[in-house]
Ligand binder design. Structure first.
Ligand code: GAR
Length: 207
C-alpha cells in the first residue's frame, strides 16, 4: 500500500475528493495514513474522522515557537512512514527540513494556472480575487511538487477553467474546485502511487 499524509487547514473539500477517489477506485493501492491540520476547527478533521481516518491537529496556538512547531509537524509526518505528503489547502509554510527529507514526495494543489496568481499572499479566495481584478479569461488549478520557494516546484498537472463575466471570487473558486481541483489532485496521487512520474531537470515527465 502507498501511504499518504494529507495536510489541511480548512473545509477539506480536496481531502474529501481524495477519500471519495480511493473509495470509488479512481485512486488504487493507496491509503490515507493520517490527516494533519494546523487548525483545530478545520472541518477537514471532521471529514477524516467520519471516514475513519486518523486525524491530528498540530496547532500553532499551542506551539508558538516556530522551530518547535516545525519539529512537531515533521514528526507527525514521520511517525506514519508515508510515501507522499499531500498539501490540500494547507496554509502553513512547510519547514525546510521536511522539504529536503521529502524531496519530490510533497505535492500541493494551487487554485490557478501557475505561474499566474501564485506565490506569497496568493492563497484561497485571494487567488480568485487577483484573477478577476486582472480580467483574465481563463484560470484553473495546478498540482506541483513542493520545493523551497512558494508555488515554484515542478508542475505535475494543470487544468484550465473558463472565467465568466459575472463571476464573484466565491463562484469562481467553486467552479475551479469542481472542474479542476477535485479531479487533478486524485489523478496526481494515483500517478505517483504507481510510480508513473519522474522529474528531469525540474520538469515532470511521464515514465
Ligand atoms: C483550495 O482551493 C486549494 O486549492 C487552496 O485552498 C483551498 C482549500 O479548500 N489552496 C491554496 O490556496 C494554496 N496556496 P479545501 O479545504 O476545501 O480543500
Amino acid at each position: 500500500m502507498f501511504r499518504i499524509a494529507v495536510m489541511v487547514s480548512g473545509g477539506g473539500t480536496n481531502l474529501q475528493a481524495i477519500i471519495d477517489a480511493i473509495e470509488s477506485g479512481v485512486i488504487t493501492d493507496t491509503e490515507i495514513a493520517v490527516v494533519i491540520s494546523n487548525n483545530e476547527d478545520a472541518y477537514a478533521l471532521e471529514r477524516a474522522k467520519k471516514a475513519g481516518i486518523k486525524a491530528v491537529c498540530v496547532s500553532r496556538k499551542e506551539i508558538p515557537d516556530r522551530g518547535e512547531y516545525n519539529k512537531a509537524l515533521l514528526s507527525a509526518v514521520e511517525e506514519e512512514k508515508v510515501d507522499l505528503v499531500v498539501l490540500a489547502g494547507f496554509l502553513v509554510v512547510i519547514p525546510e527540513e521536511m522539504i529536503q527529507k521529502y524531496r519530490n514526495r510533497i505535492i500541493n494543489i494551487h487554485p490557478s494556472l501557475i505561474p499566474s496568481f501564485c506565490g506569497t499572499g496568493y492563497y484561497g479566495l485571494k487567488v480568485h480575487e487577483g484573477a478577476l481584478a486582472r480580467g483574465v479569461k481563463v484560470s484553473g488549478a495546478t498540482v506541483h511538487f513542493v520545493d523551497e520557494g512558494t508555488d515554484t516546484g515542478p508542475i505535475i498537472l494543470q487544468k484550465a477553467v473558463e472565467i465568466l463575466d459575472d463571476d464573484t471570487p466565491e463562484v469562481l473558486q467553486r467552479r475551479i474546485m469542481e472542474q479542476a481541483e477535485w479531479k487533478l489532485l486524485p489523478e496526481a496521487i494515483n500517478l505517483l502511487a504507481h510510480d508513473k512520474l519522474e522529474v528531469v531537470e525540474g520538469v515532470v515527465k511521464r515514465k
